[in-house]
Design a protein around this ligand. Structure first.
Ligand SMILES: *Cc1c(COP(=O)(O)O)cnc(C)c1O
Length: 223
């Protein structure tokens, strides 16, 4: 068995039941993805539309592709046929664009709302307060071709474990508030995507249901 398969199995063995592992394959070649696929992985994450649409046709059709990068409205049409779940909805405008393009293609698209809690100012996402204002029941009802499945977020990029724990707790609160609020009774609002290679154990403690792990599986990336 190769190194990728070894690392994948090791990580999987530490995840609680019901937690989905998304293997983040951005910047890694098709051969590396194939090795993870043969070791059982079916959920893969990519952060660029161009890269995802280049790789997907070369790989098995039962792969579930997760889009985790910043999404520009002019790339939505190209992405939709490939994406199983878009993690990075960071504005109402983008949500409306996905609705319009999904309607045009007669698709229903699953998405997560990206929430920004981290210290870095440059990160994309709604603030928890913004979401509460933007997501009225009427607005959600009008999204006939988009299913909002939950929340995605990142903790601050720091070694401060207390800050990381606070960030994940804030994301969890945001998820819970929506789930018991505007999404109450909606069983498909069930996904809290948080945790990367260096911090997924902390994310699991706050109730993450989906972790996005790249370098711990595939090794270092070159940007
Ligand atoms: C790249 C990326 C990951 C994976 O990061 P690793 O540190 O390699 O595990 C997870 N989530 C998002 C949004 C990313 O862009």
């Amino acid at each position: 068995m190769g190194r990728i398969a070894d690392r994948l199995h090791l990580i999987k063995s530490t995840l609680p039941d019901g937690v989905t592992l998304v293997a983040v394959s951005k910047f890694h070649p098709v051969a590396a993805i194939m090795e993870a696929y043969e070791a059982g992985a079916r959920d893969f994450g990519e952060s660029r539309v161009q890269e995802l649409s280049g790789k997907a046709p070369q790989l098995p059709g039962d792969i579930r592709w997760h889009f985790i990068g910043h999404l520009q409205t002019n790339k939505v049409r190209q992405l939709l046929p490939h994406a199983t779940l878009i993690h990075s909805i960071d504005s109402v405008k983008l949500l409306e664009k996905v609705e319009a393009e999904a309607a045009r293609a007669s698709l229903t698209t699953d998405v997560l709302l990206q929430v920004h809690v981290a210290a870095e100012e440059t990160k994309f996402g709604f603030s928890p307060e913004e979401l509460a204002g933007a997501l009225t029941p009427a607005f959600i009802q009008n999204l006939a071709h988009v299913r909002i499945r939950g929340v995605m977020g990142m903790a601050s990029n720091t070694d401060d474990t207390a800050r990381i724990a606070d960030d994940f707790a804030a994301l969890r609160r945001c998820f819970d508030t929506l789930r018991s609020g505007v999404f109450a009774g909606n069983d498909s609002f069930d996904t809290l995507s948080m945790g990367m290679s260096h911090d997924y154990e902390a994310a699991l403690k706050s109730g993450s249901t989906m972790v996005r792990i790249g370098s711990d599986i595939f090794g270092a990336r070159e940007y």
